[in-house]
Ligand binder design. Sequence first.
Ligand code: DX5
Ligand code: ZN
Length: 226
Amino acid sequence: MEDILRGINVAPSILSADFGRLGEDVETVLNAGARVIHVDVMDGHFVPNITIGPLVVKALQSLVHGAGALLDVHLMIERPERYVTQFAEAGADMIVVHQEACVHLHRTLAQTHEAGALAGVALNPATPVETLSEARHFCDMVLVMSVNPGFGGQSFIETSTDKIARARALLPDDVIIEVDGGVSEHNAGALVAAGAGWLVAGSSVFGGPDIEARFAAVARAAVEGV
Ligand code: DX5
Ligand code: ZN
């Protein structure tokens, strides 16, 4: 697990996969070398869209863990503290909550650790990295949103690269930086160079035929940024 946490990882987001053949699509990216699978949970309140819950995490966990990979669960929901334990029990390895959705962020991060998962904090595009000056000591990962959360296939917000560099300067070395939204082979290298370790990629991986080749192209570009 340590090498996945410390390494450069492209994390395919199943939001852009074919839900009618979700198992096959996930198997394809695992075979292509993915070691982090990103799961987007949306409640129709924190974000306009509604997606999936712990049942889908549970359904994927033996496939993902069997390949030696991790389940990275991004909660775009209000009051995520109500569901953290359920997602951990379903097999989530990393649970990311939004800073904007947590009044008692310290407690929610501690609850995530108590449930046996790693704890991440996501920041919307307009939320400054400085808001993490305290929380940086209580989390394992910071997710810099490079689009407004809610949908796949949006355009990358260009100022996010500099935001990642500022986050890297603020955060302890062992806190991973993840970037999510509009990531492709065209910006992956620059994002890694700025300090990102995990790169979520939805439509750039699942948005066309030959998923394996599409994953490989983003992964290659990411490693070039090291
Ligand atoms: C957006 C989600 C993302 C989404 C990214 O709210 O958090 O994980 O799947 O999709 P792309 O890579 O297509 O921007
Ligand atoms: Zn996401």
